[in-house]
Write a protein that binds this ligand. Structure first.
Ligand SMILES: NC(=O)c1ccc[n+]([C@@H]2O[C@H](COP(=O)([O-])OP(=O)(O)OC[C@H]3O[C@@H](n4cnc5c(N)ncnc54)[C@H](OP(=O)(O)O)[C@@H]3O)[C@@H](O)[C@H]2O)c1
Length: 342
């Protein structure tokens, strides 16, 4: 089929396909750009033009191994979430011009199947809110922070919360939710600029650069009353140091262990402290809360409108930059939500 653009007819679909499973960071050739004919849609389907791709640490896991979803197959279009606009529709639920979020894959055009009413969500147009907010603060990472904090962390006024990868998409929202609930909030991040953003703009009480040699002493100084809640995004040495500061009966929200995703053998930590400190530790997957996304996004949107929730995005231009963009999550080159503009 042909899609009329302003200057030319589009007949092809550029796609990033998985060619080999990465070791460490993604190497040139692990994901390869290919072209195929723009698909024809049949009855019950819609064609969506992908505008922005959400870049998430879990994509590196999907490239390597089976986890909560099967690994992406060799030769398949790389899995990923995206914001797209419907350009042609024979689908009962979507019409041309609708903006949607769903698992588009890393490609320029995605076909929405008849049964995909649930896996693709329409996104509303809200004054002063960019569409890309639905990939970050009002999207999966914001929702992850929301459910991790409210369902597992259950923050109480006056408690101390420590968030790792605090200047990232999920951590920055988790910390601000802690502030909204009256906690003392301490962030851990990898540059002084990120730490400055957390304290000056987002209202964190303290932020610690874990790349400074004395960061553990600084963590102790920033948590004089110990730690009641740990929102854990990183794992390894950072998690172990925070566990060492936990108070009796503290809560540990296991959101992710990004420090291990590019390693063959992730760093192991001693779990004896869980017993000594009687900690409650719970992992979770955001997918489990899908039926409650709309209400939670409304709450996040309300906080954003009230100025209680600020967000930042790092936007990389071009589908071909997708592999570099995924690596940026592991080198810490993003602040806030990392997005590829297709
Ligand atoms: N459970 C769920 O359903 C769910 C859903 C979404 C995300 N997550 C998890 O949430 C975490 C954050 O994801 P995100 O999408 O919001 O990414 P993000 O925080 O925006 O980006 C990742 C950040 O992690 C930090 N980082 C990377 N490698 C590190 C290391 N070895 N040690 C310390 N920090 C490191 C980097 O910041 P620095 O500069 O600070 O190093 C980087 O900017 C990940 O663990 C992800 O898997 C879980």
């Amino acid at each position: 089929m042909e899609i009329t653009g302003t200057e030319h007819y589009v007949t092809t679909n550029r796609q990033l396909r998985l060619q080999s499973r990465p070791k460490g960071l993604i190497a040139p050739g692990d994901l390869q750009l290919s072209e195929s004919a723009l698909p024809e849609i049949g009855e019950g389907q819609a064609l969506a033009k992908v505008k922005y791709l959400s870049i998430d640490p879990t994509m590196r896991v999907w490239m390597a191994t089976d986890s909560y979803l099967p690994a992406v197959g060799i030769g398949e279009v790389m899995r990923g979430g995206g914001l797209a606009e419907i350009v042609e529709s024979k689908h009962a639920h979507f019409k041309k011009g609708d903006k949607v979020f769903g698992m588009t894959g890393m490609q320029e055009y995605a076909v929405i199947e008849a049964q995909s009413r649930i896996s693709y969500q329409k996104i509303p147009s809200i004054p002063f809110v960019s569409d890309t907010a639905f990939l970050g603060v009002l999207g999966i990472t914001g929702l992850t922070a929301y459910f991790g904090m409210t369902e597992i962390g259950k923050p109480q006024k006056g408690e101390t919360l420590v968030v790792s990868a605090a200047a990232g998409a999920t951590g920055s929202v988790a910390g601000q939710i802690g502030k909204i609930h009256g906690c003392r909030v301490v962030g851990i991040a990898g540059t002084d600029e990120k730490c400055q953003w957390l304290t000056s703009d987002l209202g964190f009480d303290a932020a610690i650069n874990y790349k400074h040699p004395d960061w553990k002493e600084k963590l102790a100084a920033a948590t004089p009353n110990g730690v009641d809640i740990n929102y854990e995004n990183v794992g390894g040495e950072i998690m172990e140091a925070v566990l060492g500061r936990m108070n009796l009966h503290g809560r540990v929200i296991i959101c992710g262990f990004i420090s291990g995703y590019t390693k063959e053998v992730p760093e192991q930590i001693s779990l004896g402290l869980l017993i000594v400190k009687r900690l409650k530790v719970q992992g979770f997957l955001i997918l489990d809360y899908a039926s409650r996304f709309t209400d939670a996004a409304m709450e996040l949107g309300k906080w954003k409108m009230m100025g209680k929730l600020k967000d930042r995005q790092t936007i990389v231009e071009g589908l071909e930059k997708g592999p570099d963009a995924i690596n940026m999550l592991f080198t810490g080159a993003n602040t806030g939500k990392l997005i590829v503009k297709v």
